[in-house]
Design a protein around this ligand. Structure first.
Ligand code: J2J
Length: 550
């Protein structure tokens, strides 16, 4: 069942993408058996001491899928999936895909604010959470959120300490019973490959939740093409350190791309250099992906030596701007090749070739992974700029859906009438066809690859009684690229500190990565001629304050 509110491709293009072999009309949930038939006893997923073969994956995801059906879940239902990088993440995701239940890929850092608004928007029927994680009680959070949702929602818990009222997911995965009968039963109920398989969150979700429905067909093409461009095969050992729920680590090529290619996936819940280097050495990792802030830490720590990183062939770096200087240090420090990637949960992915000359790998973000990706660079008037000039990138293609889920008014802004997605990124395209990201026109803060919508923060802060007006801007930062800086005008007779803001947002369940890290209180905010806060002038002011050493 197609969740209502998803925006499909036009019929003629859908036909063309099928004829071209982009869309193969196979539901993603059928892949684990396809993989298991070819390479059943090989290890597919490693998580610490846990090692799952391809056959284990198929058996466990089938068992869970059938028992989810027994609990009343059916194709087209949505569930909020909030799990860290552990083996259960893979099984739960595959089980949902098998049954046609659509997982919404929440991040472990999300809290009540995000879970409740997205859950209400998609009509979530369940939350899947760890019992606790990094000292935080996700079970309690999930029950609280479930109570706020308009319809009944179950709490499914992965862990030892399942409390009354929650469902023990690990117990549902036990691969006992009649395997063949279960497989046939699930095959008969396989979802339509043109339907939405997963919901991804858009970087910089505004007040309006921007959720992207990726179909079985388009997402399979996404990770298959990325895997091809990255040279993934049966010898690949892919290390996932970024949250596996993020499109980058999930499918670009990430976890799904590595499994599809017959490789092995190693899951690590932390990008700390020590843990990463130990995993690379122990599992002979060949490829991994990271945002620039993380790879910089690896480069700095690699000099200490002590670990054998010789198995590493490629590191994929993207999500935010990578400076050419840091890019040039990656290969020598880690003993591998750099592939830059410019991607987005909305679709388009660009990669520098696996064997690109340094010039290309260090200074560009590569070219689209599909020959059917369309790119258009436009000026402020919406017209194409001359070749090589910078402008906003618009894109369409076989894995770039035509709209967000259930927000027609937002879609009229984010997409052109003829289906181009407005990326909000300023790019130029080199004569060789490589994209270079040179800025953005969208109003967000990119903190170590985590996108924070300025508008969302402003709305939340303006709800504080002390605040008359607020503007959030991206403060440049050597460590994480950008941090959220908040400018405010307070109401007469009030004062405001950074702690007040942090306290208020945290109390309202806003994810920690969105909390402003600097506050400037002004008597007046500068405005543009149409009366919006003038962010360019605020950024200039920030520069001046920095020069004055504040
Ligand atoms: C500058 N900005 C970049 C880059 C993304 C692979 C890799 C990344 C993402 C991702 C992804 C950038 N240089 N190399 O989904 O599959 C910024 C742009 C873009 C936005 C998308 C993937 N790579 N960006 O980051 O949906 O602004 O996806 O529009 O989180 O990140 O963010 P997101």
């Amino acid at each position: 069942m197609r969740p209502e509110g998803a925006v499909p491709w036009p019929d003629d293009l859908a036909r063309a993408y099928r004829e071209a072999g982009c869309w193969r009309d196979r539901p993603l949930g059928s892949l684990p058996w396809e993989w298991a038939r070819a390479r059943g006893e090989r290890v597919a997923v490693v998580d610490g001491e846990h090692r799952l073969t391809y056959r284990d994956l198929a058996l466990r995801s089938d068992a869970l899928a059938e028992r989810l059906a027994g609990l009343g879940f059916a194709a087209g239902d949505t569930v909020l999936l909030q799990l860290p990088n552990r083996w259960e993440f893979v099984v739960v995701t595959l089980a949902c895909l098998r049954l046609g239940v659509v997982p919404v890929m929440m991040l472990p850092a999300h809290r009540e604010h995000e879970l409740a608004s997205i859950g209400a928007h998609v009509g979530a029927k369940a939350l899947v959470v760890p019992d606790d994680w990094r000292g935080y009680d996700h079970q309690e959070l999930a029950h609280r959120v479930a109570d706020t949702l308009p319809g009944p929602a179950r709490v499914l818990v992965v862990g030892e300490k399942v409390r009354p009222g929650g469902v023990d997911v690990r117990a549902l995965m036990r691969p006992d019973g009649d395997v063949e009968r279960r497989r046939r039963w699930l095959d008969e109920r396989a979802p339509d490959p043109g339907d939405v398989a997963v919901f991804l969150l858009s970087g910089g979700t505004t007040g309006v939740p921007k959720v992207i429905g990726r179909t079985h067909n388009d997402y399979e093409y996404n990770f298959r093409r990325c895997a091809e461009v990255c040279g993934f095969d049966a010898s690949t050992v892919y290390l996932a350190v970024l949250p596996a729920a993020h499109n980058f680590a999930l499918a670009s090529p990430g976890v799904l791309g590595a499994l599809h290619a017959g490789g092995r996936v190693v899951l690590l819940p932390s990008p700390r250099p020590e843990a990463v280097f130990a995993a690379v050495e122990a599992e002979r990792v060949t490829a991994t992906s990271a945002v620039p802030a993380v790879v910089l830490k690896w480069v700095e720590a690699a000099g200490d030596g002590g670990h054998d990183l010789s198995s590493l062939r490629h590191v994929h770096v993207g999500g935010s701007v990578l400076s050419p200087e840091v890019a040039a240090r990656i290969g020598p420090a880690l003993g591998c090749r750099l592939q830059q990637v410019y991607g987005m949960a909305e679709g388009l992915i660009c990669y520098t070739p696996a064997d690109a000359p340094d010039e290309v790998a260090h200074t560009t973000q590569g070219s689209p992974v599909s020959p059917y990706d369309e790119l258009l660079v436009v000026g402020p008037d919406g017209r194409p700029v001359p070749p090589g000039e910078p402008g906003e990138l618009l894109t369409r293609g076989p894995y770039t859906p035509r709209g967000y889920f259930g927000v027609p008014a937002q879609n009229a802004v984010s997409f052109t009438p003829d289906g181009w997605y407005r990326t909000g990124d300023l790019v130029r395209i080199t004569p060789e066809g490589h994209v270079v990201v040179c800025g953005r026109v969208k109003d967000l803060i990119n903190r170590a690859g985590e996108k924070v919508s300025a508008g969302e923060i402003e709305t939340l802060v303006q709800e504080m009684p002390e605040v008359a007006e607020a503007a959030a801007v991206a403060m440049p930062d050597p460590e994480v690229g950008e941090r959220v800086c908040l400018f405010v005008r307070v109401r007469p007779g009030h004062t405001l500190t950074l702690d007040d803001v942090a306290g208020s947002l945290t109390a309202r369940g806003v994810a920690a990565f969105k909390i402003p890290e600097r506050l400037e209180v002004l008597d007046e905010l500068p405005h543009t001629p149409i009366g919006k806060p003038d962010k360019k002038r605020l950024l200039d002011l920030l520069g001046l304050l920095a020069v004055r050493g504040r």
